[in-house]
Ligand binder design. Sequence first.
Ligand SMILES: O=C(O)CCC(=O)C(=O)O
Ligand SMILES: [Mn+2]
Length: 210
Amino acid sequence: MPNPQTFTFPGELLPFDGSAVLSPDFLSTEIADVLFSHLSESTQWENQSLIMFGKKVDEPRMSVWHAEPHLPYTYSGAQRKPQPWTPELNNVKTLCEQHVNHVFNGVLVNLYRTGADHLGWHSDDETVNGPEPIIASISLGAERRFDLRHKESGERVSTMLPHGSLLVMSGKSQSHWLHRVAKTPSLVEPRINLTFRHLFTETGTMKLID
Ligand SMILES: O=C(O)CCC(=O)C(=O)O
Ligand SMILES: [Mn+2]
């Protein structure tokens, strides 16, 4: 199978320097509804503290990292201990893997409790993601706007992320673009987001931790 980065997909959002492709109806409404309810009820959400500009701050959202037991994820000074895969998350992982022809070994699940919860400008460019990561991002629940901003030109692209949609970021999208989910003060409904990733270590295999 050819590398998915070489395709020109319909639904491409980025004009240059990487790819971000939206599939608005990736999951049926029925499946997206069931998954949203299941994750809302059963997820052991954590409110992570991060080091930002030398200060400890709480993330303005809840989240949890699911992966193989010896695969922690470190970003913004915080190491996330993995929670085990569940059958439901594993099923969605398989759907995403088949869609992009790429293997994922972890998923960061985010809960935006209301429109006040948000995620600031950032790139998923930690070394552990590899140089041109493929990230598959599923949206469930309240629709939120997703913004991308080119690091040099400042060019912006925005899209709404509907319930059941899949956004695949790949190629140079993390090295050349920032992305965010901005505050939406009027919104009270929750949104859940799943970002499937493949983490690499220095040796190319999973690093064992005690
Ligand atoms: O909530 C989203 O759509 C984006 C999540 C994201 O960018 C991340 O977890 O790194
Ligand atoms: Mn991100």
